[in-house]
Design a protein around this ligand. Structure first.
Ligand SMILES: [Zn+2]
Length: 278
């Protein structure tokens, strides 16, 4: 009985919006951002993180604590918008909850806290959340309510991508394919993925010219999810044609997230903070 209850809990918690981009995606985004920080913002980032700590090395910390010491942050990693909907409704999709509200609310809070929180530990944690969650909401399926971010949509990976041979132990749901498989089938090492983007997408798109509003980022990612879920039913095979369609979107979303994270940090840490008086 007890074992059945525990397995039921494990089953429930093993769904949920699994992780986010895997470690690779988060490190790629953080590395792109760090290379684009102003001297002032970089000094501040190092002061907040406590030394010459790379942003890539702390970019997945939020996933560590989500399942462990900080269950109250669980929902900060996504925004649940129905696929058939194109609008963000904070009352329905970002309500207060014992597991946290949503990614958009946490980005707003963290931006403020990295500059204004009095407690240095809070500033450090908020910076680690900001680095992670700006990444998360650029993963299209982190903006989708259906199938718990399509974690429950089973797929069969048949593409080899640029690696040329399909993964030995393939992920078997659409969300996980977007978290990791598409990245690893392109460049297995995240540093090599950054090099690829620096030599191509980032050369063509050197500036984060679009808005820094996380609601706009979310709705933009949500549109991409609609497109990338099109025609994918339960048990669908993802072939080279799917990979070829997805890769430009993965490149664009990783590149955009890196540029936007840099722009956010340069804005909030690049000059004297305007914190409200206590
Ligand atoms: Zn996450």
């Amino acid at each position: 009985m007890k074992i059945a209850a525990i397995s039921a809990v494990l089953l429930v918690t093993s769904f949920g919006q699994a992780f986010a981009w895997g470690q690779e995606g988060h490190s790629i985004i953080a590395e792109i951002a760090q290379r684009r920080l102003s001297a002032t913002a970089l000094t501040e980032v190092e002061r907040i993180l406590g030394g010459q700590v790379s942003m890539a090395s702390v970019a997945s910390w939020a996933d560590d604590v989500r399942y462990g010491t900080h269950p109250e942050t669980y929902n900060w990693h996504f925004v649940d918008i129905p696929l058939a909907d194109n609008s963000y409704d904070p009352t329905a999709q970002c309500a207060a909850d014992p597991k946290g509200d949503c990614a958009i609310a946490e980005i707003d809070r963290a931006e403020h806290e990295i500059t204004c929180a009095a407690d240095p530990v809070q500033r450090r944690d908020s910076l680690r959340y900001l680095i992670h969650i700006v990444g998360d909401i650029h993963q299209p399926f982190h903006t989708v309510a259906d199938g718990v971010g399509e974690n429950t949509l089973k797929v069969v990976v048949k593409f080899g991508g640029l690696i040329k041979s399909p993964p030995k132990v393939p992920d078997d749901d659409l969300h996980a394919v977007w978290d990791s498989t598409l990245i690893k089938q392109t460049n297995y090492a995240w540093g090599s993925y950054v090099d690829r983007l620096e030599g191509d997408w980032l050369l063509k798109h050197p500036a984060a010219s679009q808005t820094l509003d996380p609601v706009a980022w979310t709705l933009e990612a949500h549109k991409l999810a609609e497109d990338m879920a099109q025609g994918i039913g339960n048990g669908a095979t993802l072939d080279e044609a799917y990979y070829d369609k997805a890769l430009p979107v993965v490149d664009e979303q990783l590149g955009r997230a890196g540029l936007r994270l840099a722009a956010v940090l340069n804005r909030w840490l690049g000059s004297a903070p305007a914190c409200p008086l206590p």
